[in-house]
Every structure is written in structure tokens, then in C-alpha cells.
Design a protein around this ligand. Sequence first.
Ligand code: BTN
Length: 341
Amino acid sequence: MKQQKATLCPEKEPTSQILALFRGRPGMTISGAELGQLLNMSRTAVWKHVHALKELGYQIQAEPSRGYRLLATPDLLIPQEISAGLAVHRIGRQIICYREVDSTNRLAYTLAEDGAPEGTTVVADTQTHGKGRLGRTWVSPPGVNLYCSIVLRPSIQPTAASQLTFLSVVALARTIERVAGLTSRIKWPNDLLIADRKIAGLLNELSAETDRVNFLILGIGVNLNMLPEQFPPDLRQPATSLAIECGKPVHRASFARALLEELDGLYGTYLAKGYEPIRAEWLRRSAMGGRTVTVTNPGYELTGVVRGIDEYGALLVQGGNGHIEQVLAGDVKLVENNPLV
Ligand code: BTN
């Protein structure tokens, strides 16, 4: 396993505990003596940890002979910011944040192999080798976007694993609507588009035996605050970010929190009611129903009209000969005009 940089602010660290105390008394001044007493440390140690928080970007006022007051928090992807007020049953109960990793998917996969519980969420500010679909790279600059991977351990057959891909993209579409009030459209299997520009991508990876899933990694990358000039010029598909679409920056930690809640809610629905409600919502939010697409696989190309997805997540495409083909993998392009409709 490659060496990873240290995690950011694990929840049991004193800096995290100080933040939790400030959050418990919003806007109030807490004396150094009280902080020291509550955390079982000297006032000098309190000062040191407050200083560390300031270094991270927290605005903390030291009021002579009164104490410390938290004035403002930065948009940091650290467990305390993401989990403040987080209401979940499974997904996001354990959040591990890094400043830099090679790939959150790779790291989450390793943690899952080592027994990480269901719902463990790995978040990074930047990825040096972000993985995209079909062996591509996911551009992951620091300070602007969300890159996260979640460990799931559903009791399902490996053939049903793609259902979780549909679940995660629907949860993401719901999150974008909730946070920014924008409607996004899903492009099979797991791209999310706003006005035909890609805003997010999902890469789900599976560890399975013949008849059971060991674990699944939901890998999610969302372009939140990326500026037009930060996108590589040679992107295969036009891309956008939420900030570009809504004209103002998006608070990353709040977005991550909302995403975890939507994923958790939908996963609860999936466990209780199965795949059908997810499939129905996927179809409603899909950019593809009735659109003409070209599907490309090595040595194979099919142009036809999308008629839906089946229970295994295959795209159903009706070719020029009228037959409906089941597409299980491949690169799908939406065709501008709809000559086959
Ligand atoms: C795609 O090609 O559209 C899928 C992109 C998935 C990117 C995310 S970012 C977080 C997670 N970690 C990775 O290395 N990849 C996924």
C-alpha cells in the first residue's frame, strides 16, 4: 500500500474537541481555563491547539482575560465540518479526510479489505491519481471540488451491484437539487449533466465472490467550485461545475453532508424496498429516454434510441432494425438530432 499523508483532524484530536465545544455554544466566548478543564489539558496546551485551528483557517478571537470565541469557519473538508448536524444511519458514520491521496477509491478499497465497516467514507481535498471510468484519469485539483469514496457491504448478488451505481447517481442528482436548486440529468450509466455538460462522475468498484458481494466502493467526484480555466482543454466531453451553473461558490462541506444524507436515505430505501423505486427515479431523472445515442465498445458500435434500463442496469437501445439491444458496458454519446425517432 502506498504511504498516505496524515488524516485531517480525526474526531478524537484535541483540535476537533475544541471545535465541538465551540459548536455546542455558538457565538459564545469560552475561557481557556474551562476549555483546559473540559479537555483535561493546560491553558498553554489549549492555546497551542487554538493556534493550530487558526492555521487551518478558523477565525478565533482571543479576548483578553475572557477566553476564545469562534467567529468564522473555513470551507474545509474535515470530519467535524462534514458531520456537523449530519443525520445518517449508515453512510458517513465514520468519515476519514485527507489533504492528498492518490485515489479515494483505492484507499477506501484497501480500508474495506482491512475490515472497514459499512458506511466508512474517505474524502480528500485533492487526488494525485484520481480514477475515472474505462481507465481514464479524473482531474482532481485541490480546494475546489469533492472527491469521496464510500464502503458498502450489502447482502446482494454480484449481478445486482450495478443497482448501487444507479442509487448513487440518483442520490447525487437529489443533492444538487437540494443544495443548488438545479435540475441535473443522468447519462447512462453514471454521469451527471447540467445542460449536457458533465458536472460529476461515479466510479463504483466491486469486491465479490461468485455468489456474494464482499464490499462495494462508491466513488464520487463532483465539480463544485472549479472555474472554466481549471478544466483541461482536451476533455472528451464538455464539463461544468456547480459554481459555474449557479454563479456563486458552493460550500463543499455542506454539499458533502447533504450528499451523505441523500445516499444514506436512498440506501435505506433500497435495503427496505429493493431496486424498483431507484430504477423509477433514475428513469425520471435520465437525460436519455427517447434520445438517440451511439454506444462504442472495442470493435462494436451501435446507434439507436434509448428505451430504458433493465433490472441489471443494462441500457436498452433500439437499433435501426427495431430490435432492442441490452448494453452492459461502453462509452455512450448523446446524438444531437434524433434521426431514429
Ligand atoms: C468518471 O469517469 O466519470 C468517473 C469519475 C469518478 C471520480 C471519483 S473522484 C472520487 C473517487 N476516487 C477516484 O479515484 N475516482 C472517484
